[in-house]
Each structure stands twice: as C-alpha cells, then as structure tokens.
Design a protein around this ligand. Structure first.
Ligand code: ZN
Length: 477
C-alpha cells in the first residue's frame, strides 16, 4: 500500500517543460514531470476506472475486427498529431517565432489537454466503436478477465504513452536528452514504471490470479473464498514488493540508514526497510510502501536526502510514519465504501433501464472523487500534527530531530516551503492535498491555541479529532 505525499514536487518550475537547451536555461530537466502530482493521479485513476467499467455499459454490438480497426485508426492519428505538435512547437522556437519558455509551456498545455481529452476518446473507442462489448463477447477473451482488461486498458494506455513519447521527442529535439530509439523507449518506459505501472500491473496480476482460480473449476463458494484469500495475501505482501520493483531504488548510505531507522523505531514502527528512491535528484518525494512489519519499506527520494537539512528530513519521515500509525490508507479506502454502495443501489433501483449501470457507476465515481478529497485532505492535516507531536518524543532518543512542538512545526513549515520553492502550483491546494499555506496555518493554529491556554489532549484540531474517532472505529472493529 502506498502513501503519496505532498513531498511530491519536481525540480522544474511548475513542472513546465524545459525550454530549448540553447536558451541558456540551466534549470534541471526532469524524468517524471508532475506525474505523481494530484491531477495526474486523478487522471490515472479516471483512466483505469473508466476503461474497466466501460465493459458493463451497454454499447452497440460491433464485430471485433471493425471495432479494433476503428480504434486503431483513432489512436494512430492521435499518436501522429501529438508528435507533429512536438515538432511544430520546436520549429517555432528554432525559427524564433516564439520564446523558448513560452513554447515549452504551450506544448506542455497541449499534451495535458490531449491526455484529458483522451478520456473522452477512450470512451468513444470502448463504447462508441463497441470495442468493450466485442472484447467481453470475444470467444478468445471470454475466459480471461486479465486479457479482457489488457484490451480495455489499451486505448487509454496508448494515449498516455503517446503524449509521453511526444514529450520525450520534444526534449530530444531541444537536445536535453539523447536522440535514438533505445533512449526514447527507455524514457517512456521509465515514466510508465514509476507512475501508471504500479496501478495497472497489480490490477492485471490480481485478475490473472482470479483467472487461474476460476480455471480450477471449483465450487462457486470455494472459488470466492480462495480469490478473497489471494487478494488478502497479495495486497500486504506482494504489492509492496512489486512497487519497490517498479520504482527505481538503491540502498541508503549506512550512517543515514541508521539515523532513519532510529527515528522510525523511536516513533514505534520497527522492522521497516529503508531505500533511496532514485529520481536523478529531480523529485522531492517520500512514502511508506506496505504496512506489515518486515514487508514494508520507507522510500525517500534522493533529492529529499540531498537537499533537506536533517531536522526537516526527520519531519518528512515522521509525517509518513504518522500516516501509517493512524491508519490513513485503510481510512481512505473505507471512506469510499458508501459511494460504491450508493452506486450499486442506484443500479439496482434503475434495473431494466439501459442507463442503470452507467448511472450507478457515474454516481460512484463522482462520490469517490469528492469523498477521497475530503478524507485525504483531513488525513494530511492529521499527519502533520501527529508528526510534530512524535518529534518531541523521538528527539529524546535521536539526534537532529526537533525537540519541541514549535521547533518541529517550524521545521515542517520550512520543509514544505523548500520542496515547493521552484513550483508555485505545488503550493496550491489540489485534489488530495491542502495548500502549503493551509497546512502551515493548521500547525500554527495549534501553537496559538497553546499560547492562549486553550489546551486539550491530542489530537486537538477538529480534523484530527474526526480522524481519531474514525481510527478508533477501525481499532474497535
Ligand atoms: Zn502525506
């Protein structure tokens, strides 16, 4: 289970595409530009959900050959257009018709628009051209949910990969990356494995597992029980390993590893491996992957380690520990259950109508987006607050950890400012994160309350209180 964090920030300003190398702009290039920010996560989430749920939406029945041909023509033209856009933009810069920075920004916007419009094109291919129905009814694919999912995800993956490929092509034209087919494929693959990979690969593996179990031809109840057990084993044990494999990692220097270990042990989560998340010193990022002791890993990006002073780094680590200790991921998952129950209810109530499944799925997706936003924002505030509280205790055992709440909140504030220094947009509120100023204000709010003598037992903010109550519900059930 992965916990994403606000520490997601890129080197380049606003993640904008690098301008021409000849422009004398020495801002760092990046490998995974803004791929892990909230908007891109929302895009990946919608892409996967829409692609897979389209199979349950009634659509016209078309022979597989026709549906596939129409889809390929549509996707082929998109691949072509996105690469032409890259070349046209570079030509305009080269002939000095537009400023390099402006050109880079315009191209970035074009690719973003392509991706979001791509969601509509995915629906057009799957339901409009009838690819989804043809896939589900195909005698060859009928037996395998995994293969069906591969075909259903194909249009969305192709669109995303083609925009990444166009962006890489643009960078090769600017001279920022080496030209050549191998480098091109490696660049696109690197972006896939660090972003969509850890969403798509586990889903396909789970479906493959369910295909294998179904192939055993057991009694329906036994099949359901074994599948459930498989999922229960896969999520806590195999998924963290898979994510570690998909992300580029390296061992941490021995002395740093000891320091991180002593922080997380003092904070109460022992037996967690620590790895450096290699981003070529471009991204500020940290997360804890997995939740079972000995099977979980703390990933800290190289740039965080290289550029943040130890007290700030300690606060980033404690923020991640707080997410784990306060069950924020199961809490987020639990919070979306009502959305899907309501969706199911709507589908059942509208049974007999052709729009029943579409309406149910639509309501579920919309509610999921809203609820996840509320839950994620609240858990972020709570993790900040808990990290500051933990720092006070941890500092008694570990060097370079802020020893008072004030010092801890200041270190947290400085860390937040530092990682968003080059990216104004990263400071704003987004789908899963409150803005940096809201987070700092929430930390200061607690200090002010203490100074004015309004002290309560922790957690003190309304947000944290609400989260704690929900946490207790999990504990007691
Ligand atoms: Zn967080």
């Amino acid at each position: 289970m992965a916990l994403d964090c606000q520490w997601t920030s890129r080197g380049a300003e606003s993640g904008s595409l690098p301008a021409a190398a000849s422009a004398g702009d020495h801002r760092p290039d990046y490998v995974i530009p803004r791929d892990l920010d909230d908007l891109m996560q929302l895009y990946f989430f919608l892409l996967v959900v829409l692609s897979l749920s389209s199979a349950s939406v009634p659509s016209m029945e078309t022979p597989m050959e026709k549906a596939a041909l129409a889809t390929m023509c549509m996707l082929g033209s998109l691949i072509l257009i996105s690469h032409i856009a890259a070349r046209a933009c570079w030509k305009q810069i080269e002939t000095q018709q537009i400023e390099p920075l402006l050109g880079a920004e315009l191209f970035e916007r074009q690719m973003n628009a392509f991706r979001w419009l791509g969601l509509g094109i995915v629906l057009l291919c799957l339901t409009g051209f009838g690819l989804a129905t043809a896939t589900v009814q195909s005698p060859m694919l009928k037996q395998s949910l995994c293969f069906q999912a591969v075909v259903l995800l194909m249009p969305g993956l192709t669109i995303t990969l083609s925009t990444w490929s166009a962006e890489h092509y643009y960078r090769s034209l600017t001279g920022l990356v080496e030209q050549g087919l191998r480098q091109h494929l490696a660049g696109v693959w690197l972006r896939f494995r660090g972003t969509m990979g850890w969403l798509v690969v586990p889903i396909l593996l789970l479906l493959a597992m369910s295909d294998l179990i179904a192939g055993l031809e057991l009694h329906e109840t036994h099949t359901a029980i074994i599948t459930m057990l498989g999922v229960l084993i896969f999520v806590p044990f195999a998924l963290p390993w898979l994510i570690r494999f998909l992300f580029k990692t390296a061992p941490v220097h021995e002395s740093a590893e000891k320091w991180f270990e002593s922080i997380i042990s003092a904070a109460g989560i022992r037996r967690t491996s620590i790895l450096c998340w290699r981003t070529d010193n471009r991204a500020f990022n940290a997360m804890i992957v997995g939740f079972i002791p000995s099977f979980r890993t703390l990933l800290i990006s190289d740039r965080l380690m290289n550029e943040l002073p130890r007290p700030q780094l300690a606060m980033v680590v404690l923020h991640e520990v707080a997410h784990l200790k306060r069950f924020h991921v199961p809490l987020r998952m639990l919070s979306i259950v009502p959305a899907w129950l309501l969706g199911g209810l709507i589908t059942r109530m509208a049974e007999g109508h052709s729009w029943a499944i579409a309406a149910g799925s639509g309501v579920s997706i919309a509610m999921t987006l809203v609820i996840l936003r509320l839950a994620a924002t609240r858990t972020e505030f709570d993790a900040d607050l808990q990290a500051c509280n933990m720092a006070v205790r941890v500092s008694q055992f570990v060097k370079d950890v802020p020893s008072t709440y004030d010092e801890a909140s200041r270190a947290m504030e400085e860390a937040l400012r530092r990682i968003t220094l080059e990216s104004h947009s990263a400071r704003k509120a987004s789908w899963l994160h409150p803005s940096v100023s809201q987070r700092i204000a929430a930390l200061k709010h607690r200090t002010n309350r203490e100074e004015s003598g309004i002290c309560e037992p922790e957690p003190r903010s309304d947000t944290a209180q609400a989260t704690a109550t929900l946490s207790n519900v999990i504990h007691s059930t």
